[in-house]
Design a protein around this ligand. Structure first.
Ligand SMILES: [Zn+2]
Ligand SMILES: [Zn+2]
Length: 212
């Protein structure tokens, strides 16, 4: 097995970090949160000779899931995640698109919802599914124990946390998700998040003003 690698493609007016997770040796992987700008995502896959075997979704917001159906059709792969508690958000992506002025967003129908404790994988890279509600009720985090890496979506940012003023948001639940499920994984866990630069859990535990 080669090393786990990640490439980021900023998509939508929200500059969401659509993330291509792939194996360095065989260049096979998955696309996490293709919120839009699917032409751009497909070009990055092609230019780097990466084959994607699935689409993983962290939560049902438009900047993360609005382009999932288009990418699914282009690649012929399944959409996996998030947790079923985000179904009503996924069923309303076209409305969200109109509200935020994002053309081409489509309602998303995952092939498989995920629950806490399940695992998803590509090649020999295994990710544990953590259900982390608060920013969105069905938000999941993908955690790779061997690589000490987590894709945390919009749960945690460098120096900040996800907003909780959108439908289904719950600030206390969000902080509990971070403190009870993410930080205990260890200070040395590196993360990619949905917007802006990633970081390490230890740095957030010590300096993130929302967690101290
Ligand atoms: Zn979000
Ligand atoms: Zn977002």
């Amino acid at each position: 097995m080669g090393q786990l690698n990640a490439g980021i493609v900023p998509v939508t007016p929200f500059q969401q970090n659509c993330t291509i997770l792939f194996d360095m040796d065989d260049k096979h992987g998955v696309v996490v949160d293709p919120g839009g700008d699917i032409d751009k995502v497909l070009a990055v896959l092609k230019d780097n000779a990466i084959s994607a075997g699935a689409i993983w979704i962290t939560h049902g917001h438009i900047d993360h899931a609005g382009g999932a159906m288009e990418l699914k059709e282009a690649l012929g792969v399944d959409i996996i995640g998030p947790h079923e508690a985000d179904k009503s958000l996924l069923d309303n992506l076209e409305n969200q698109g109109r509200r935020y002025g994002i053309a081409g967003a489509r309602n998303c129908v995952p092939d498989r919802f995920l629950t806490e404790g399940e695992t998803v994988s590509f090649g020999s890279h295994v990710f544990e599914v953590l259900h982390c509600p608060g920013h969105a009720p069905g938000h999941v985090v993908y955690y790779n124990r061997a690589a000490k890496f987590a894709h945390v979506g919009d749960v945690l940012f460098r120096g900040s946390v996800g907003r909780t003023d959108l439908p289904g948001g719950d600030h206390a639940a969000l902080i509990a998700s971070i403190k009870d499920k993410l930080l205990p994984l260890g200070d040395d866990i590196g993360f990619i998040c949905g917007h802006g630069p990633g970081g390490r859990f230890g740095e957030e535990r010590r300096t993130n003003p929302f967690l101290t």
